[in-house]
Design a protein around this ligand. Sequence first.
Ligand code: DOR
Ligand code: ZN
Ligand code: ZN
Length: 354
Amino acid sequence: MNIKLPGLIDPHVHLRDPGATHKEDWHSGTCAALAGGFTVVMDMPNNTPPITDAQTLGAKQRAASEQAVCDYGIHFGAGADNAAIAASLASQCSGLKLYLDQTFGPLRLDSLQSLVSHFSTFPKDVPILCHAEGRTIAAALFVAQLYDHPVHICHVSRKDEIELIRAAKEKGVRVTCEVTPHHLYLTLDEREKIGAGKCEVRPMIATRADVEALRANLDIIDCFATDHAPHTLFEKESASPPPGYPGLETALALYLELVREGMITLDDVIARCHENPRKIFNVPVQDETWVEVDVDAEWIARGANMFTRAKWTPFEGRTLRGRVTRVMLRGETVFENNCVLAKPGSGKNIRPTL
Ligand code: DOR
Ligand code: ZN
Ligand code: ZN
């Protein structure tokens, strides 16, 4: 059966360009997005160098405008003392990303002062996103509440975290959150099958009880986000494997599996992959844009066949159901028969600069 979905929006990807284009670039990453049914992706700032000033933002805007085949937003990076600069560039960005815990790349906010300075300075109509794990989620929620700034908690992965977010929502805190497909499906029990190096990801995949808790709280999860974080197989199998999984090309089939399992409805998927991210991140309407999906098509996940330059997947060998057959973007067929038809540079920034 073929169904038509609105263009999916992924608020959390790492396309590595500029700085690490051997892992991914704007072209390969947005080709992977179209193949996965995404017509908007929002890119994270932990590049080398990180996106923390006008110059690095400009370099990313240029790279994207030349190469992207789907639409995109660019999240700005919060540094120890760039709150005023971040605020001045907010209108060009889809969000401000705060790293409150250690992960890939140099961006990490350690001081209370820098946390407060960003929440108190950044314009309230642009969301602040936090990579926060465990106790730092509590810190982010409190400071967000204090300064009355909306906050979006990225890749929630633990039972205690999702329960805290539920409690905060019940108290009226302006918090939204996302979960990834890998945290909804994978547990540490899969470590050997995936391989220890490939398995590394932040937040780390967790226990069966954590997966169950995320699934039990799907009603308060605002968005699904892949956290598409490509690293090469060589890097993942090295002595110091960087954390992160590619995810754009397997995500939709995994979301549809939740529907087949009876956990959520197709409308719930549309809310989490289109309506909610559109509202939270103020994504402009894409006219004449939709995705056609053969929901019965079975296929086997094979990293080697994917558009991502990572060429591997933590779901390697898994039988998936649901395949994107066509993507229309602004009235043009941009993906069909597993081919990208859009020209590099045809993707648009959702925060255009004049
Ligand atoms: O596993 C991760 N990889 N988590 C992050 O927060 C960053 C990401 C990356 O950039 O590789
Ligand atoms: Zn993160
Ligand atoms: Zn991330």
